[in-house]
Design a protein around this ligand. Sequence first.
Ligand code: S3P
Length: 429
Amino acid sequence: MESYTVKPAVSVRGEISVPGDKSISHRSIMLGSLANGITTVSGFLRGEDNMATLNAFRQMGVVVEDDGTTLRIHGRGLHGLTEPEDMLDCGNSGTSIRLLTGLLAGQSFFSVLTGDKYLRKRPMKRVVTPLAAMGARIAGRAGGEKAPLAITGSKLQGISYSSPIASAQVKSAILLAGLYAEGETSVSEPHLSRDHSERMLKHFGADIVSSGAVATVRGGRELQGRDIVVPGDISSAAFFIVAALIVPGSELLIRGVGVNPTRTGIIDILRKMGGKISLLDEREVSGEPVAELPGRSSELRGIEIGGDLIPRAIDEFPVLCIAAATANGRTVVRDAHELRVKETDRIKAMADNLRLAGVEVEETEDGMIFQGGAVISRFVADSCGDHRIAMSMLIASLVAKGECTINDTECIATSFPNFKALLDQVAVR
Ligand code: S3P
């Protein structure tokens, strides 16, 4: 088991770029593979999750050339994938397994999706149930709730699905199945979740429209290969933003970060807390907004967080916990039940780890309550096999009262392989 023992920082300073957006990287492989012609992808995130998606498509006959900087995907058209000879291993990646379930439901072949011990515990009925309503034939453990999932490709019918949760994985699985369905497929959500699928489907020429929290795709239209430039992942930038805000004397510039409004909840929350962070030089790249993010040390104060801010910051809660713990005053997080079914139960994992660091924190069914003003004592943390828990506790260690240890850190490679190197580059110790 790999672990890191790290010293606190006196400040965080410099200028960095973070690796490519994980969600957009997954989708670039998927749509590039289904398109006609060549798709190039630069800025692709070479984390384990995205490599799992890439390998799955290679197993289905897609040729992807990789010169180390740019991927060249030889698209096979909507109906050009071939039956994989073996199971498709999605590793730790919820996005791979759920989106692939939708995409594979309408193929003319059989496939099996599986993943690591964490992924095999995560709920799959949220995609299996609506896909079955479209005519998909999917079997899995626990009555179709858990992977491995066995998919017998079949003819699909469009549906109009009202999703009980704001989940981009659920929405995207249904929209990808919708590419193969007869007629229109429509998904509505209680709050708009990240809309990278809708944007990229449009970019590739799909027949898709979206309005508010409803997206509708019409099946059958072929996609055309495109050039994709993947922006920096705001979920990766979040660790460094929080570091710059909470460590005194810090000033950090993060370049080329994706600032899609369905993802910028972290910026809105931190600004509400008094965080000094700006968006500069906003521009659009491959259908996605991108900006430079400068941030510096701030006096943070506790706030209440819930409602539509939750899906807009869903992956950032572990690191937001560090900001909330050290801010002045109480922070209440509610409506965040989804955190309990991420790579691990993130409410429990953060509460357990922060208590070990001397933080006063209460778990609720759908969130957490922080009393604020915590002094982080020396701690030994456990990542619970979750990359974002590991990285968040590394950020906590920057303001701790001594050397800290974070155990089980291999998982960081799923989304941010150079995280530790980048942190060591900007943390002045
Ligand atoms: C993702 C959607 C979110 C997010 C995950 C990536 C995606 O999951 O937490 O890290 O790329 O669609 P949910 O759809 O389960 O909210």
